[in-house]
Design a protein around this ligand. Structure first.
Ligand code: NAP
Length: 432
């Protein structure tokens, strides 16, 4: 028998568990750890609440969690309750699937002013992440800025512009829904430091903006190169650019505007005790396609700024870490220690990108420890003994089911669930 532990229960962790189970059958026990009693990481806390079809992928993970060789062990923080070195003693291989939960910083003056939040914080706030339940983003002003030209920027801008009615069927948490319903924001400026041809936004997500109830996307046709220049673009990007161009033809008769400001690099954030504006420098593309400042500056007003410029992984003591992720070669960090997903490659790609990633690492593990061979590691029994001796009380998949049932029973009409947003609420449901 082999014992494997996966640290992190998001998509990368579950695809890896699925792959290991396929490779080893009943010759392995696979434990998936999470610091929270609720699984699915990015699916629960990152994917937008109005994108329920994307969240449905967790049904596939349910099947993995319910299979005989896999256990979900929640409420355990690796690096705090137990070290990676200890896990390596207990398990044949340790796979870090901890995602990339921290916001990258802009690195410009003023970005710590109140009113500037990172997308991980803002997304966590509307998705019921316990760390951000008290974020209370400032929604009383009329102008907001979202920095970045990726899909997370689009998520943030879209959530800011939707009406209460448009959140029907979503699992946005009640505190965010009520706050957004009373929001005074009327103009959301999306700052892209390069141009329309350099966006990281995908067509489905851009397409949604043309059909919002109370908001209309706005573009400046002068930002676009001649239409013939779209021809050599990769098909997905060409479609995105075509959608952006089409926004110029939309009628502007809605109360909220989502303004795409391209070639706009934030220089500094200004305000008297709280954010009031960003000073932006006009850019152009240099020979390598990077943004080069032109020296021309202007200001964009905002009482809320959301930076959506990418994420980094949390370091774990004694695991080599560089550039926001674990140092690894094709997923291998060291002997019997691996990384998958965003902790391996950085924050890029769709949920499905994590699947080949997990399968590749599982193949490497199976090559090093062929199915049929056995080891003398203790696995979960040793883990639980150690945790108990430290007063840590892990939770299991049935505990999650109990939390989930309670969340579903609390849902407002039409919503799949009303999430608990505090760690102690999860534990209370479990009678802890
Ligand atoms: P991303 O796709 O890497 O986009 C980051 C954006 O931030 C880029 O436009 C980048 O511009 C900009 N940026 C970076 N540093 C900057 C700086 N210092 N100043 C100004 N702008 C800066 O990251 P993301 O939006 O966080 O998304 C992460 C991944 O999740 C992506 O693969 C995304 O597609 C995926 N995702 C998918 C969905 C969905 O499928 N519905 C939803 C959300 C996220 P440059 O290009 O100039 O560097």
């Amino acid at each position: 028998m082999r014992h494997f532990v996966i640290v992190g229960s998001g998509p990368a962790g579950f695809y890896t568990a699925e792959a290991l189970e396929k490779a080893y059958g009943d010759q392995a026990r696979i434990d998936i750890l999470d610091r929270y009693p609720v699984p699915y990481g990015l699916i629960r806390f990152g994917v937008a609440p109005d994108h329920q079809s994307l969240k449905a992928v967790s049904k596939r993970y349910d099947k993995v969690a319910e299979s005989a060789g896999v256990d979900f062990i929640g409420n355990v923080t690796v690096g705090q309750d137990i070290s990676v070195a200890e896990l390596l003693e207990l398990y044949d291989a340790v796979i870090l699937a901890t995602g990339a939960p921290h916001d990258r910083k802009l690195g410009i003056p003023g970005e710590d002013l109140p009113g500037v939040v990172g997308s991980a914080e803002f997304v966590g706030w509307y998705n019921g992440h316990p760390e951000f339940a008290d974020l209370d983003p400032f929604l009383e002003g009329t102008h907001a800025i979202v920095v970045g030209a990726g899909n997370v920027a689009l998520d943030c801008a879209r959530i800011l512009s939707k009406t209460r009615h448009e959140f029907e069927g979503s699992d946005i948490v009640g505190h965010a829904l009520d706050a957004l319903d009373h929001s005074a924001i009327r103009t959301i400026t999306i700052l892209g430091r390069r141009g329309p041809h350099q966006i990281a936004m995908t067509p489905k997500e851009l397409g949604e903006l043309g059909h919002l109830e109370a908001a209309v996307p706005v573009v400046e046709p002068a930002d676009f190169p001649p239409v013939e220049a779209d021809e050599p673009l990769e098909p997905g990007l060409r479609k995105s650019v075509a959608l952006l161009r089409g926004f110029a033809d939309l009628s502007q008769d809605k109360p909220k505007r989502m303004v795409f400001d391209f070639f706009a690099k934030p220089l500094r954030v200004e305000g008297d005790g709280k954010v009031e504006r960003i000073i932006v420098e006009r850019t152009e593309l240099d020979e390598k396609g990077s943004a080069r400042g032109t020296g021309e500056t202007y200001e964009v007003p905002a009482s809320l700024v959301i930076t959506a410029i990418g994420y980094s992984t949390s370091p774990i003591p004694d695991v080599p870490f560089e550039g926001g992720k674990f140092v690894n070669e094709s997923g291998r960090i060291a002997d019997r220690l691996y990384a998958v997903g965003w902790a391996r490659r950085g924050p890029s790609g769709t949920i499905g990108t994590n699947r080949p990633d997990g399968y590749e690492v599982a193949e490497q593990i199976a090559a090093a420890l062929p199915a049929g061979s056995s080891g003398d590691r203790e696995g979960a029994s040793g883990l639980k003994r150690l945790l108990e001796s430290r007063g840590v009380m892990p939770t299991d998949y049935n505990d999650w089911r109990k939390i989930e049932e309670t969340e579903v029973s609390r849902a407002r009409p039409g919503s799949p669930r009303e999430k608990f947003v505090r760690h102690q609420d999860w534990l209370q449901v479990l009678g802890r």
